[in-house]
Design a binder for this molecule. Structure first.
Ligand SMILES: Nc1ncnc2c1ncn2[C@@H]1O[C@H](COP(=O)(O)OP(=O)(O)OP(=O)(O)O)[C@@H](O)[C@H]1O
Ligand SMILES: O=C(O)[C@H](O)[C@@H](O)[C@H](O)[C@H](O)CO
Length: 158
């Protein structure tokens, strides 16, 4: 979880490869209207996000081993996913500064999400506390970042 451009896809795909689990990008579950809104530089509302969050939860209910990338910016969104998943969900927050994420988004080509929406992403973000999620700083190479997450998951779940 985390704001646009924080690394959900990159980290999720790398984690999936390392642990041999499937990865699904939450972006693929957005209704077309949501994608069109974002493409036009209009931030999603709660009403836009609820049906999408329910699809994310349904995927987790279908496969509890799934690694899924989802912004899950607000506490209520995470609660909705937990409730719909019907089993334990571990959130990993990819934390980074606005400047670092803006720089990475500016370099990324071919994505519908415009840099202009980044401030609205940070405005909506309710960072999870330590008892709600694992938080990792994204200012490190991808491999190190994924190793840190896997070590923390191992420490928590054994
Ligand atoms: N640890 C890292 N170090 C350097 N670059 C990174 C790292 N993680 C991701 N990136 C780069 O940052 C950009 C954003 O990453 P990515 O697309 O994975 O983020 P995202 O959270 O999935 O974005 P969105 O939610 O907008 O789809 C990409 O160009 C990616 O290659
Ligand atoms: O909740 C939201 O506003 C959206 O999910 C966005 O975060 C994007 O889907 C994603 O991050 C792509 O950039």
């Amino acid at each position: 979880m985390g704001v646009a451009g924080c690394g959900k896809t990159s980290v999720g795909e790398e984690m999936a490869q390392r642990v041999g689990r499937p990865y699904l990008d939450g972006d693929e579950l957005h209704p077309t209207a949501n994608v069109e809104k974002m493409r036009q530089g209009i931030a999603l509302t709660d009403a836009d996000r609820w049906p999408w969050l329910d699809l994310v939860a349904a995927e987790l209910a279908r496969d509890g081993a799934l690694i899924i990338g989802c912004s899950a910016l607000k506490r209520a969104y995470r609660d909705r996913i937990r409730a719909g998943a019907g089993g334990p969900v571990t959130f990993v927050h990819l934390e980074g500064s606005r400047d670092l994420i803006a720089a990475r988004m500016a370099e990324r080509a071919g994505h519908y999400m415009p840099l202009s929406l980044l401030d609205s992403q940070f405005a909506a973000l309710e960072p999870p506390s330590a008892d709600e999620a694992i938080s990792v700083n994204i200012d490190q190479p991808l491999n190190a970042l994924v190793s840190r997450i896997l070590a923390e998951l191992e420490r928590r779940t054994g």
